[in-house]
Design a protein around this ligand. Structure first.
Ligand code: MN
Length: 576
């Protein structure tokens, strides 16, 4: 629980991690206590940020100014931002005494304990920098695109003062992120420590040998999407996708808590008493909470509306979710407030939501295997469902291809329909049997079920290059209508053929999933005879979809249309 006077003194950013449990102010926030010492932290942080502020013109860059005070987390945070400045690097930031201590790691972190990565100490950054993802204008300090590559929590491995450890030139610490975990050390390079000739101190970032270390294998930097928004650097640069989606700030996992000083360990969360409606045995709290506020002609949809919708269409929907990790977009305060993009387990989450551990990944993913799981997810305000596209139960094996036809704002919808039909014809020529659905937005999805089995040797790499090749052919044949590289500037008047959903951890919105947009549109599965001039995706909403689904019975033979991707790949090769 927050101490009340801290809330009045500072403009506190909403931090879901604060809600679950209570951690006493301990190291490294010893100044954050009940005796009103907060202004000391604030004053110290302000002084530390003067260099940060001097380097930037906040009338030009969208980076946070650091003048809004952000409360230190109960548990210190870390973030790694991939930064395509004049030279690509990864900025490691550790929260210490009200600011982010920062290092530019030129080659990025490595999971191999034999790698020693140069980490150049840079100026302290404000705590709200941890939520910054976007593009710093060219010509400005650090001009280039910034991605929230990883984030989570960290703790010093030796009890005591991390600021002091940093002054001495060696900090051993544990981190719990989505991509990085376990034990690390930052050690200042000797020559710099002794001669102290440079303002910029050079450090080495080294992985300790533990369960998370990897001696061989692909560099961890190959995992190349934002943990906050799921976007690639290219998509961020193009301003595509959900720029405001924030990563869930999960409570620190057990391993990290075990390495942290006792004072940092969390107490058990206070459980709210059951209240409100019960459906399929699941208690729905705040049933009348408006998740989609009334806007325009729409009357708004409450949490219980969402629950009833999922209860009704869930049995149909679940066939496309079962056995596949599923990311959730949660909007606890409604779709116009803060959004949380959640891939992994959260403490206190219903056990009706499955957790799956995927080989090679340490943190289990959330997965929805039953209608009850869907309703339990709705209870925590999950409004969008984005499953992987693997064969159920086989995360490494492609189970379907999803093509996202994404038109520029100035493209007529009829052109999208035409493109969808062209792609259908191309896939059919290769022996595949595609389906179509709306996205709930401006585009259409073409989905083609695959019969590939785990031993066919068709992995995601091959599936992705197949999808890319099909889109590339289409774009080469009509360069004035289609493109396969997402850049806002180039897209004008054209349709972006997004084949990037076809990768192991990539997701696409599930058929019948609602969208966090005004009026609660859904991603509606269609029969091909509906995909023609006059189709209006806006008419498929949480209100209308259940009856339309019963009437039109789309995707009825989905299960019988699974086709062999290996054969399609061979056919494509012969046609080239
Ligand atoms: Mn940087």
């Amino acid at each position: 629980m927050l101490i009340s006077h801290t809330q009045t003194r500072l403009s506190v950013k909403r931090d879901p991690a604060v809600q679950g449990s209570d951690i006493d102010a301990g190291q490294p926030h010893r100044l954050w206590n009940r005796r009103g010492a907060i202004p000391v932290v604030v004053a110290m942080a302000a002084r530390k940020l003067s260099l940060y502020q001097a380097k930037r013109d906040f009338t030009i860059t969208a980076e946070p100014s650091g003048r809004t005070q952000v409360k230190p987390a109960r548990y210190p945070r870390f973030v790694i931002q991939k930064h395509a400045a004049s030279r690509l690097h990864y900025d490691l930031r550790l929260e210490v005494d009200g600011v982010f201590k920062s290092w530019a790691v030129t080659k990025g972190p490595s999971l191999s304990p034999s790698d020693r990565r140069l980490a150049v100490e840079v100026e302290d950054h404000p705590l709200d920098y941890g939520d910054f993802e976007g593009t710093i204008p060219q010509g400005e300090y650090g001009g280039g695109t910034v991605m929230i590559w990883d984030r989570g929590f960290w703790a010093p491995e030796v009890a005591g003062d991390p600021a002091g450890a940093l002054r001495k030139g060696e900090l051993k610490f544990a981190i719990a992120g989505e991509k990085l975990n376990g034990s690390w050390v930052l050690v200042r390079m000797r020559q710099d420590r002794e001669r102290n000739r440079s303002n910029r101190n050079n450090w080495l970032l080294i992985k300790h040998r533990d369960a998370y270390a990897r001696d061989n294998g692909d560099p961890v930097t190959e995992e190349d999407r934002s943990v906050a928004s799921g976007r690639t650097m290219e998509e961020i640069a193009a301003g595509k996708g959900p720029s405001e989606v924030r990563a869930e700030q999960a409570v620190p996992p057990e391993e990290l808590a075990a390495t942290a000083p006792a004072k940092l360990k969390s107490r058990t969360a206070l459980r709210s008493k059951p209240q409100g409606n019960v459906l399929r045995g699941i208690v729905i709290s705040n049933p009348d909470k408006l998740l989609w506020p009334a806007e325009g002609k729409s009357t708004g949809y409450s949490k219980i509306d969402l629950v009833h919708y999922l209860d009704e269409v869930g049995p149909w929907m679940i066939e496309h979710l079962k056995g596949r990790p599923c990311s959730l977009i949660r909007t606890p305060d409604g779709i116009n407030a803060e959004r949380f993009f959640q891939r992994h387990a959260m403490r206190g989450m219903s056990n009706l939501i499955s957790l799956v551990t995927v080989e090679g990944d340490h943190k289990p993913y959330t997965q929805i295997d039953s209608v009850e799981g869907l309703i339990a997810a709705a209870q925590i305000a999950a409004v969008e469902y984005h499953p992987w596209n693997n064969q159920p139960g086989h995360p490494q094996t492609p189970g379907r291809l999803v093509f996202d036809l994404d038109p520029a704002p100035d493209v007529e919808f009829d052109a999208v329909i035409e493109a969808t039909r062209e792609l259908k014809a191309r896939l059919e020529k290769l022996g595949l049997e595609p389906f179509c659905k709306t996205t709930g937005g401006k585009g259409l999805h073409v989905v083609t079920p695959l019969s590939v089995r785990a031993n066919d040797g068709v992995d995601w790499k091959k599936a992705k290059s197949f999808a890319q090749a099909v889109c590339l052919q289409m774009a080469s044949d009509s360069p004035d209508r289609y493109l396969i590289v997402m850049t806002k500037k180039l897209r004008k008047g054209r349709i972006y053929l997004d084949y990037l959903r076809n990768d192991r951890t990539a997701t696409a919105v599930a058929p019948l999933s609602p969208r966090a947009r005004a009026g609660a549109p859904v991603s509606m599965p269609l029969n091909w005879n509906q995909v023609k001039a006059g189709l209006d995706p806006q008419r498929f909403t949480m209100r209308t979809a259940p009856a339309l689904l019963r009437k039109s019975k789309p995707w009825q033979d989905y299960g019988e249309r699974e086709r062999d991707l290996k054969e399609a790949i061979e056919k494509l090769a012969r046609s080239q």
